[in-house]
Structures are given as structure tokens and as C-alpha cells.
Design a protein around this ligand. Structure first.
Ligand SMILES: [Zn+2]
Length: 171
């Protein structure tokens, strides 16, 4: 983990990393909790295929992913997921449509900082493949038959676990 060199409150040099989850300033007792962030992911399925995205940016640029992202302040999981699906795929999905599947913890290295997330996954069964226009954060989409997905091509641990879990139990 890249160290923060100065206390953001008093400017004192040197912060202690405590209990694997917080930075503490011995001068002013400022504490920053590096908490797990909430994130969401969608399994969009159509017959025997699910929709995977190709990551445009790091971490895991070029690897397969599920559509989704971080939950913003004050959002519910369902609202965040419908927003992400609109932003990434230009698809309008009602927040009522999501069926909760399961959650997985994830590590998300970004700009030399190790972030931790708790990723909740939801399912939506589609009758037909909708027209999709990918947004700025997605390189491309791929509809893939569940028995042809190479799990090692999925970049993020939680997403790999979720796709494997979904294939075993729901498809
Ligand atoms: Zn301080």
C-alpha cells in the first residue's frame, strides 16, 4: 500500500497504518478509515448467453467484466445499478427489475492505492437482446454462451467469482 506521508488535518509527517484498515495521526489523532466501498454488477442474460463488457481502463484493462460500478452517496444498490447500466450501455432498466443474486468482496488497485469493495450482483433476464450503445468507460460488449466463457479472461476477482457462481446455480 502506498503510504500517505502527511496528515491531511494537521500536516504532521508520518501516519500509522493500524489494524489493517485505518490511518492514524499521532500528533492530532486524526483517523482515516479506509472502509470497503459499495459497488454493484449486473448479470444480463438472454437464453444461454450473458453480456460481458471489455474493460477500457485499468485496473484490468482489456479483460472481461460485468457492467456496473461504484455506488454513489445516497444511492440504493438498485438505483446505482440502473444508473451504471444507463451510462455504460445506454439501456433503461427499472430499479424494480433487478433480482439480487449474491455479493463478493473485491480488491481494486487504482493509482497505487489498494481499495476494497463489497460488490453486490443482480440478475435481469431479457427476452431479446436489446440495442446497446457502449458508453465512455466500456471498450466493447460481448454476448457469450455461459459454457464458453473462460473465467481466467475475467479481470476482477469478485466478477470472476460471480460469473462462476451464476453459471453453476442460475444458468
Ligand atoms: Zn494530524
Amino acid at each position: 500500500m502506498k503510504q500517505f506521508n502527511f496528515c491531511p488535518h494537521c500536516g504532521n509527517e508520518g501516519l500509522d497504518w493500524r489494524e489493517g484498515k485505518q490511518w492514524f495521526c499521532n500528533n492530532c489523532e486524526f483517523t482515516y478509515y479506509h472502509n470497503s466501498a459499495a459497488a454493484v454488477g449486473a448479470v444480463l442474460s438472454c437464453q444461454d448467453e450473458i453480456l460481458l463488457t471489455v474493460r477500457k481502463h485499468n485496473p484490468c484493462q482489456g479483460k472481461l467484466d460485468l457492467p456496473g460500478g461504484f455506488v454513489d452517496y445516497h444511492e440504493s444498490l438498485e438505483v446505482a445499478l440502473s444508473r451504471e447500466i444507463r451510462e455504460e450501455l445506454n439501456l433503461l432498466v427499472s430499479t424494480q427489475s433487478w433480482r439480487y443474486l449474491f455479493s463478493y468482496g473485491n480488491r481494486y488497485p487504482y493509482a497505487d492505492i489498494q481499495y476494497y469493495t463489497t460488490d453486490s450482483f443482480f440478475h435481469l433476464q431479457l427476452e431479446d437482446k436489446p440495442e446497446i450503445v457502449v458508453g465512455d468507460d466500456v471498450a466493447e460488449i460481448r454476448w457469450m454462451k455461459t459454457n464458453q466463457i473462460a473465467l481466467e479472461d475475467i479481470g476482477l476477482d469478485s466478477v470472476r467469482n460471480a460469473v462462476e457462481h451464476f453459471i453453476k446455480t442460475d444458468s
